[in-house]
Design a protein around this ligand. Structure first.
Ligand SMILES: [Zn+2]
Length: 512
C-alpha cells in the first residue's frame, strides 16, 4: 500500500458552513490560491447547487488554480451534478463529489428510500458524473452510523460505476478512534474491488475526536483525509488540516506516511483563514494556537535553552512561525514592502500595492514597527474587501467621565457619502447607533470581542463582532491601533457580510 496520504481540503465548503463564516468571492479566491501553495491535493470549492454565489465562486476558483484538483459537491441527482460540472468544468483537474446518506436513520427520516433505491441512486449518480470527468468521488453520508455490510455494498457498486474515491464520513462526529479504525478496516477488506479506489475519511469534531479518528483510519489503510484549516466547520468543526499533517510528519517513526503539504505555509494560511472568516483560533489550539509554541514555566525554559527538543516535539519554523522576523518601519520603501508581501504569499497588482503602501505608511506613522500580522490586516481590509457596500470614511467620538458619549460618522454607501451623529452608552455604542441609522439596518449584536494583534502597547486592537439580522448571522472583524476605530471597522465589516448574505441566499446547505 502506498505511503502517500492525500489531503482533501474542504475549508471553502464545509468550513464555510461554520456559523457566521461567509466569505466573499475575492476572499475565496485568495484563500484558494494560498491553499494551492500549501500543497493540498484536492480543494473542495463549494456546493454549486446551493446558490448562485456558490456556483460563481466555485467556477472562478476552478479557472484560477493551476495544479490542484478542484472538487464540487453535489447530491446524487442530475440537477446537482449538472451544476457541479458547470462550475468545475474549466479546472485543470476537475472533480465531482457526489453523495447520498446510507444510515437507516437518514434513509427513513430524510430520504424516505429503501437501501436498494439508495444503491441505485448512487450508481446512477456516479455513472452520470463519469460522463463528464474521470475523477469522481462518492460519499456515504452518515457513514459511521451505517450498517457495515451495506456500506461495503454501496461502495463496491460505486467503484464498479467508476468512482475513483469512496469516502467514509463521520458526519455527526459520533465515532471513537478504535471503533472507526475497525470500521475502515472492515470496509477495506470487504468492499468489492476496493483496490481500484482510494478510501477517504471525513470526520467531525463533536466529541473532540476528529483528528484521532482520521489518524486511526489512516493507520488501517485510508489514504485520503478530508480536512479544514484551523478545523473550522459546522458545529464543533471538521478534522483540522494542520493537526493531521503535523502528526504524520512528527510521528513518522510510528506512522511512516507522508503528504504533499508544504508545512512551512501552515501558519500563514491559518492566519488568513482566521482573518477572512473572522473566526479566531483558540490560544491553546494544537499547532496554530498562539500558545502552541510558548514555553513559560521556568523549568522548561532552562532545558529549552540547552536543547529545544527537550520539550519541543516540532520546531516553530516547521509550520512557518518565526522564520524571519523582518520588521518594517516608516522609512521602509515600496520595494521592501513588496518583497515582504511576496514572502508572505501576497502577489499584488501595482494598483493593489499602491493601496497597501498608502495604508502601510499611515500605520507606520502611528506604530513604530510594522510586523507581518499588521500587513495581513492591511491586505485583508484594503484589498480583499474592496467590493463592499458600506465603507467607513470618517469617525469622531467623544467620551469620558464628564461628557455625554457621542459619535459622528461618515460612511460611503455604494459610493455615495452619508453623514450622521448619535448618542449612546459609550463611544462604541454611539458609533454603532449612528451607523445603524445611516445604513437602515437593524442587526442585533450577539458578541463583541477585543484582543491585541501582537504584543506591545502600540499593538493594533483586533475586534470581532457577531451580528444577527432577520435570522442571518455574520461575523465581522476589524483592526486598528485605536480600539474604537477597530470596533467600528468590525461592525461595518459585519454589516457588509450581512448584506452579502441577504443578496446571496443559500437555498440548500448540505452536510457530508
Ligand atoms: Zn462534513
Amino acid at each position: 500500500m502506498s505511503d502517500r496520504v492525500y489531503i482533501f481540503d474542504t475549508t471553502l465548503r464545509d468550513g464555510e458552513q461554520s456559523p457566521g463564516a461567509s466569505m466573499n468571492t475575492a476572499e475565496k479566491l485568495r484563500l484558494a490560491t494560498q491553499l494551492e501553495k500549501l500543497g493540498v491535493d484536492v480543494l473542495e470549492a463549494g456546493f454549486p447547487a446551493a446558490s448562485e454565489g456558490d456556483f460563481e465562486a466555485v467556477s472562478r476558483i476552478a479557472s484560477k488554480l493551476e495544479k490542484t484538483e478542484v472538487a464540487a459537491l453535489c447530491r446524487a441527482n442530475k440537477h446537482d451534478i449538472d451544476k457541479a460540472w458547470g462550475a468545475v468544468q474549466h479546472a485543470v483537474k476537475p472533480k465531482i463529489h457526489t453523495f447520498i446518506a446510507t444510515s437507516d436513520i437518514h434513509l427513513k427520516y430524510k430520504l424516505n428510500m429503501t437501501r436498494d433505491e439508495v444503491v441505485q441512486a448512487a450508481v446512477d449518480a456516479v455513472k452520470y458524473a463519469k460522463t463528464f470527468t474521470e475523477s469522481v468521488e462518492f460519499s456515504a453520508e452518515d457513514g459511521s452510523r451505517s450498517d457495515r455490510d451495506f456500506l461495503c455494498k454501496i461502495f463496491g457498486a460505486a467503484i464498479e460505476a467508476g468512482a475513483t474515491v469512496v469516502n467514509l464520513p463521520d458526519t455527526v462526529g459520533y465515532a471513537i478512534p478504535s471503533e472507526f479504525a475497525e470500521l475502515a478496516k472492515y470496509v477495506i477488506e470487504h468492499t468489492p474491488n476496493m483496490h481500484k479506489a482510494i478510501l477517504s475519511i471525513h470526520c467531525h469534531n463533536d466529541l473532540g475526536l476528529a483528528t484521532a479518528n482520521t489518524l486511526a483510519a489512516i493507520g488501517v489503510g485510508a489514504r485520503q483525509a478530508e480536512v479544514t484549516v484551523n478545523g473550522i466547520g459546522e458545529r464543533a468543526g471538521n478534522t483540522s488540516l494542520e493537526e493531521v499533517v503535523m502528526a504524520l510528519r512528527t510521528r513518522n517513526n510510528y506512522m511512516p506516511m507522508h503528504t504533499g503539504i508544504v508545512t512551512e505555509n501552515i501558519y500563514p494560511v491559518s492566519r488568513l483563514v482566521s482573518m477572512i472568516t473572522g473566526i479566531i483560533v483558540q490560544p491553546n489550539k494544537a499547532i496554530v494556537g498562539a500558545n502552541a509554541f510558548a514555553h513559560e514555566a521556568g523549568i522548561h525554559q532552562d532545558g529549552m535553552l540547552k536543547n529545544p527538543m527537550t520539550y519541543e516535539i516540532m520546531s516553530p519554523e516547521s509550520i512557518g512561525l518565526n522564520t524571519s522576523k523582518l520588521v518594517l518601519g516608516k522609512h521602509s520603501g515600496r520595494h521592501a514592502l513588496r518583497s515582504r508581501l511576496k514572502e508572505l504569499g501576497y502577489d499584488l497588482s501595482d494598483e493593489e500595492l499602491n493601496t497597501v503602501f498608502t495604508k502601510f505608511k499611515e500605520l507606520a506613522d502611528k506604530k513604530k514597527h510594522v510586523v507581518d500580522e499588521d500587513l495581513e490586516v492591511i491586505v485583508t481590509e484594503g484589498v480583499l474587501r474592496t467590493a463592499e457596500i458600506f465603507t467607513l470614511e470618517y469617525l469622531h467620538v467623544s467620551a469620558g467621565t464628564s461628557v455625554m458619549p457621542m459619535a459622528s460618522v461618515e460612511l460611503s454607501i455604494n459610493g455615495r457619502k452619508v453623514r450622521g451623529a448619535d448618542w449612546g452608552n459609550g463611544p462604541i455604542d454611539s458609533a454603532y447607533n449612528t451607523i445603524a441609522k445611516l445604513t437602515g439596518t437593524e442587526s442585533e449584536l450577539l458578541r463583541f470581542t477585543v484582543s491585541a494583534l501582537t504584543g506591545g502597547t502600540d499593538a493594533q486592537g483586533e475586534v470581532t463582532v457577531r451580528l444577527r439580522e432577520n435570522g442571518l448571522v455574520a461575523l465581522g472583524r476589524g483592526s486598528d491601533p485605536d480600539i474604537i476605530t477597530a470596533s467600528v471597522k468590525a461592525y461595518v465589516n459585519g454589516l457588509n457580510r450581512l448584506e452579502y448574505l441577504k443578496t446571496h441566499p443559500v437555498t440548500d446547505r448540505q452536510t457530508v
